[in-house]
Design a protein around this ligand. Structure first.
Ligand SMILES: [Zn+2]
Ligand SMILES: [Zn+2]
Length: 242
């Protein structure tokens, strides 16, 4: 029944490529051309932030220069895409252009990148938006990604585990240090959700990692509230190609 209903829906609304709008044969998200054009991260990556690094893994922990300079409060991190070209356009559309349907295929790519991080009973939580931004955008793109990822992995999700009581200025154009200073105390664990993270591994989800300041403040809030460990997963990482 469900199958038949889905077939009827896909006849009415055939799946279209997220990149170019071309009709594609599955809900996978991208046509062949756009797939080849999308900067998926592969090969050797930094274990802390998921950015590609040159060379082969040598059995020791692999970390990029950024993560060696700025030790991360979380255990491991991964990212599905490089934040450039087609990936950047897709993420901007998800963020500002009312294209929430991008979250589902994006969560498939994120689940694949996150495979080494996933543990039993891990709790997925999105990085929060301040409510004034939420009003303007109507949805929190990170919460959409977190929810789609929970469906994909079967892990539990807590959309309001973290809150953002303090409004911070936009982070664009600031140095890493300014970003960290601005964000101090801006993110907190929701007092009514504390019991959900006690002694539990948390997977923090965001759309883009730039300096990692927002993720660091979020991870610290989780650890201070009793989480056993925190891993981070983003759809895209701002990074230089190796
Ligand atoms: Zn396409
Ligand atoms: Zn790194």
């Amino acid at each position: 029944m469900r199958m038949r209903f889905q077939t009827a829906v896909s006849l009415l609304y055939p799946p279209r490529c997220l990149g170019c709008g071309e009709i594609v044969d599955s809900d996978f998200g991208l046509c062949g051309t756009c797939w080849r054009d999308t900067p998926f991260i592969g090969g050797t990556v930094c274990e802390s932030c998921g950015t590609p690094v040159p060379g082969k893994a040598d059995g020791y922990r692999t970390e990029c220069d950024d993560c060696m300079r700025t030790p991360r409060p979380w255990t491991d991190g991964r990212s599905a895409l490089l934040y450039e070209g087609r990936a950047k356009r897709m993420i901007l559309a998800l963020k500002h252009g009312d294209r929430p349907e991008i979250a589902r295929p994006a969560s498939l790519w994120m689940a694949r990148a996150a495979r080494p991080l996933l543990r039993d009973h891990m709790l997925i939580a999105p990085v929060p938006l301040h409510w004034t931004r939420l009003l303007k955008r109507r949805y929190n793109q990170s919460a959409l990604l977190a929810q789609a990822l929970a469906q994909e992995t079967g892990l539990a999700v807590c959309p309001d585990l973290l809150t953002r009581p303090k409004r911070t200025a936009a982070l664009g154009g600031k140095t890493a240090q300014q970003r960290f200073d601005d964000l101090a105390g801006a993110i907190a664990v929701h007092p009514r959700r504390r019991h959900r993270l006690a002694a539990r591994a948390i997977l923090l989800v965001d759309d883009v990692m730039t300096t990692g300041a927002t993720l660091a403040v979020s991870a610290e809030a989780c650890l201070a509230a009793g989480a056993s460990e925190v891993c981070v997963l983003t759809l895209a990482r701002v990074a230089k190609r190796p």
